[in-house]
Design a protein around this ligand. Structure first.
Ligand code: UGA
Length: 466
C-alpha cells in the first residue's frame, strides 16, 4: 500500500475523524484548523467533541508521528510534512476539505468557508495535487471549486462522508461504501486507493453524482423516519403497535431493520440542513420534489404532535393549558451518544412547551456536570449558559441528576434515547413527582417497569400506551 501525504483542512468532527483514521491506515497526515487554541489542545491530545475512540486514536497517531496539527490551511498544504514523510517533496499530495457548510439564506448551503480555503491555498498546491471535498455541498460544487482554483494541474474530487455522530470512528473504519466522484479517473482512483485497506465496495463516478449521493442518502433516511413517525400516529388511531409493525416490515431485506425507531422528529447538524439544501437543489433545477417537502413538513408537525401529547397527558385535554405547569425533560441532545445540541428536536419541543407557558427543568447525561468538580476550560458545551437560577439552556434550567428533573414535575418527557434512562430508579422518580406521568417520545422505556413504579407511561404508537 502507498503511504500518501494528506492534508486535512478543518479539524471538526469530520476532519478530525478523517485525519486520525487516515493516519491509522498508515498515511502521513497534517490536519489544519483556523482556531489556534483548538490546534494547541489537539497537539496535547485534548479532543473537544464527544466521539468514542477518537481522542485515543488522535493521541496514538500523534505519538506514532503520523498525525500533526497546524494553524491555517496554507501551512498544511505546503511544506507541512516532516522531511521523512514520503518520497520526494514536502507538499500534500491529497488535500481534504472538511469545512462547515451551514444552512445559509433560504436553505442554500453556505460555501464561504470552502471558498476562503481555496483562495488561500490555490497558489501553494503542488503540481498534480488532488483537492477532495468531504463537506456536504450542493451539486456542482466540485466544478465551482475547480473554477476557483483555476489550476489545470490540480484535480477536484468529491468524496462524501457517511459518518454518524457518536460512531464516526467506527463508521470510518467499517464503511458500507466509499464514494469517489471525479471527472478525471486517475485522480478518483488515487483517492479511492487511500481507503484500499478497508475493503469496502467503492463507487467511482462523476463529481455531480457523488455530490448528489450524499444528499440522496441523508434525505432517504429522513424520509424513512418521517414515514415511521406518521405510521406511529396511524397506529394510535387504529389500535396497532408501531414496534411490531416496524419489526415486521424490517425483516424485509429491501426495507431493513435500521432507522425505524419513531421519535420526537429527526434533527442534528445534518438531516435538517441536507433536506432543505436538496429542496434548493431541486428548486434550482425547476423540479418540484413534493416527497421531500412532505418529509420535512411531517417532521415539523411531529414536534407539535409531541406538545399535544404532553397537553393531553397533563390536562386531560388536547388543548389544555400548560401555563406554569412544571415539566421535567430527560435528554436534550439531538440523539444519544453525543453532546451535540444543534437542531435538536428536544430543544425545538422545549421551545414550544415554553411558549405554551410551561416551566422546564432538564437533565441530560452529556450536559450534567458534577457541581463540585472544577470547570474544564477545554470543554465548552454549545448553548449552555449561567442564568439567575443556575446553568440553563434556552430557558430550560439544567440539573445534574434525573431525580431533580422529576422533583415536583407534572410530567416527565423523555426526548433523547440515552440507555441510562431505562435503568433509572423509577419508583423514586414517581415518589417526588406531582403527577406520575412519563411521555416517552423514543419508546425507550419498558411500560411494565413504569407501571410497577406507579407511573403512567405514554409512548408513540404503542399498543395500550399511546
Ligand atoms: C447522519 C447520517 O446518519 C450519516 O450517515 C451522515 O454521514 C451524517 O448525518 C452526516 O451527514 O454527516 P447524524 O446526523 O450523526 O448522521 O445522526 P443520525 O444517527 O442519522 O440521526 C439523525 C436523527 O434521526 C437524530 O435526531 C436521531 O435521533 C433520529 N433518529 C435516528 C430517529 O428518530 N430514529 C431512528 O431510528 C434513527
Amino acid at each position: 500500500m502507498f503511504t500518501r501525504r494528506v492534508a486535512v483542512v478543518g479539524a471538526g468532527y469530520v476532519g478530525l475523524t478523517t485525519g486520525a483514521c487516515l493516519a491509522s491506515l498508515g498515511h502521513q497526515v497534517v490536519c489544519a484548523d483556523i482556531d489556534a487554541a483548538k490546534v494547541e489542545r489537539l497537539r496535547r491530545g485534548v479532543v473537544d467533541i464527544v466521539e468514542p475512540g477518537l481522542a485515543e486514536m488522535v493521541v496514538e497517531q500523534v505519538s506514532a508521528g503520523r498525525l500533526s496539527f497546524v494553524v491555517g490551511a496554507a501551512s498544511a498544504v505546503s511544506a507541512g510534512f516532516p522531511a521523512d514523510a514520503g518520497a520526494e517533496g514536502l507538499d500534500a499530495e491529497i488535500v481534504f476539505l472538511c469545512l462547515p457548510t451551514p444552512m445559509g439564506v433560504g436553505g442554500v448551503a453556505d460555501l464561504r468557508a470552502v471558498e476562503v480555503v481555496v483562495e488561500e491555498t490555490r497558489e501553494l498546491l503542488a503540481a498534480g495535487a488532488v483537492v477532495v471535498n468531504k463537506s456536504t455541498v450542493p451539486v456542482g460544487t466540485a466544478g465551482r471549486t475547480a473554477e476557483l482554483l483555476d489550476r489545470a494541474d490540480v484535480a477536484v474530487v468529491s468524496n462524501p462522508e457517511f459518518l454518524r455522530e457518536g460512531s464516526a470512528v467506527h463508521d470510518f473504519l467499517n464503511p458500507d461504501r466509499i464514494v469517489v466522484g471525479c471527472d478525471t479517473a486517475e485522480a478518483a482512483e488515487r483517492v479511492a486507493a487511500l481507503y484500499a485497506r478497508l475493503g469496502a465496495p467503492t463507487v467511482l463516478t462523476d463529481a455531480a453524482s457523488a455530490e448528489l449521493m450524499k444528499y440522496a442518502a441523508n434525505c432517504f433516511l429522513a424520509m424513512k423516519l418521517s414515514y415511521v413517525n406518521a405510521m406511529a400516529e396511524l397506529c394510535e388511531r387504529v389500535g396497532a403497535d408501531i414496534g411490531d409493525v416496524t419489526e415486521g416490515i424490517g425483516y424485509d431485506r429491501r426495507i431493513g431493520q435500521a432507522f425505524l425507531s419513531p421519535g420526537p422528529g429527526w434533527g442534528g447538524s445534518c438531516l435538517p440542513k441536507d433536506t432543505h439544501a436538496l429542496l434548493q437543489v431541486a428548486d434550482a433545477a425547476d423540479f418540484e420534489f413534493r416527497l421531500l417537502r412532505a418529509t420535512i413538513d411531517t417532521n415539523t408537525r411531529q414536534r407539535q404532535r409531541i406538545v399535544d401529547k404532553v397537553r393531553q397527558a397533563v390536562t386531560g385535554r388536547r388543548a389544555g393549558s400548560l401555563t406554569r405547569v412544571r415539566l421535567g425533560l430527560l435528554g436534550l441532545t439531538f440523539k444519544a451518544g453525543t453532546d451535540d445540541l444543534r437542531d435538536s428536536p428536544a430543544l425545538a419541543i422545549a421551545a414550544l412547551l415554553r411558549q405554551a407557558g410551561a416551566e422546564l427543568v432538564g437533565y441530560d447525561p452529556a450536559l450534567a456536570t458534577d457541581p463540585t468538580a472544577p470547570a474544564d476550560p477545554d470543554k465548552t458545551v454549545l448553548g449552555v449558559s449561567e442564568g439567575p437560577g443556575g446553568r440553563e439552556i434556552d430557558g430550560i434550567r439544567l440539573v445534574s441528576d434525573p431525580l431533580e428533573a422529576a422533583q415536583g414535575a407534572e410530567a416527565l418527557v423523555v426526548l433523547t434515547e440515552w440507555p441510562m434512562f431505562r435503568t433509572l430508579d423509577w419508583a423514586s422518580m414517581a415518589g417526588v413527582m406531582k403527577q406520575p406521568t412519563v411521555i416517552d417520545t423514543r419508546n425507550l422505556l419498558d411500560p411494565a417497569t413504569l407501571r410497577r413504579a406507579g407511573l403512567t407511561g405514554i409512548g408513540l404508537g404503542r399498543r395500550g400506551a399511546a
